[in-house]
Design a protein around this ligand. Structure first.
Ligand code: AP5
Ligand code: MG
Length: 245
């Protein structure tokens, strides 16, 4: 199974990817985690990427496409993967289409975690991460449940980087959703609710057949099914409150 998690910064991609990895036993491919590992290791790519991530901007398409081409050819991706953070631009989406075609492994589903901007800002301002394994946790979590490590704030969760991240998402990544809606692959999940509630909806969406242009047939899809032909309000299309000042 090849799944793609799509959503704004803080929408819960990493959180739900961890759940899916445990549930299906498939590989989690997270480009943000890969870049942070390069930064931590002090590689030339890490040194190049560090100021870009800290400013909330995107690393170039050429670099990211090469990274994913290499990653998806690794043996641990052969049984399937959960992609998190890629593609973030239409050229990246087209490159992924072509790569999946070459590998003979189609993308099965795009799960869109739809969360309003105020909630994204709230989640990102309090989020904690484990620097060892990159798992993310809600505010006030004491330590990493996987390795007991002390948790820290991500550099790009500081206030000055969060707004640019959401702006660049709206400008460059929202069109990626239309790319996949056109291919009829999108299951839309209303991201309000507890992590456990969202996980149940994600699993139900993955198990549901897609019908027509991305419309999901699911017992839980009543309030979350994609509107045929698109036309939804994307997160942040209204000016975030924090930006009005
Ligand atoms: P990346 O690491 O992918 O960051 P992101 O997309 O900004 O997303 P986040 O990891 O911040 O959020 P998430 O959706 O994973 O949410 P999470 O589960 O943690 O990328 C970082 C940077 O790398 C980019 O800005 C860019 O510079 C670069 N980059 C990466 N890929 C690139 C690419 N393809 N092209 C170019 N550049 C690239 O949840 C957030 C918080 O909310 C957590 O505390 C969590 O516990 C909590 N939470 C989750 N679900 C819920 C819920 N239902 N209710 C309450 N709280 C919840
Ligand atoms: Mg993440």
């Amino acid at each position: 199974m090849n799944l793609l998690l799509y959503g704004a910064p803080g929408s819960g991609k990493g959180t739900q990817a961890n759940m899916l990895r445990t549930h299906f036993g498939i590989t989690h491919v997270a480009t943000g985690d890969m870049l942070r590992a390069e930064i931590q290791a002090g590689t030339p790519l890490g040194r190049q990427a560090q100021p870009i991530l800290a400013a909330g901007q995107y690393v170039s398409d050429d670099i990211m496409i090469a990274m994913i081409r290499n990653r998806l050819r690794q043996p641990d991706c052969a049984r399937g993967f959960i992609m998190d953070g890629f593609p973030r631009t239409v050229p990246q989406a087209k490159a992924l289409d072509s790569l999946m075609h070459t590998l003979g492994r189609p993308l099965d589903r795009v799960i869109y975690l739809k969360v309003e901007t105020d909630e994204l800002l709230r989640r990102l301002s309090g989020r904690l991460v484990c620097p060892l394994c990159q798992r993310t946790y809600p505010p006030a979590t004491a330590k990493c449940e996987a390795d007991g490590g002390a948790l820290v704030q991500r550099e790009d969760d500081k206030a000055e980087a969060v707004k640019p991240r959401i702006e660049v998402y709206l400008h460059k990544t929202v069109p990626v959703l239309d790319h996949y809606r056109g291919a009829g692959l999108v299951s839309e999940i209303d991201g309000r609710g507890t992590i456990e509630e969202i996980s149940r909806q994600v699993l139900a969406a993955v198990a549901s057949p897609l019908v027509g242009n991305g419309k999901v047939v699911s017992p839980l899809a009543g309030r979350s099914a994609a509107k045929p032909g698109g036309g939804e309000d994307h997160p942040g299309t209204t000016t975030p409150k924090a930006q009005k000042a």
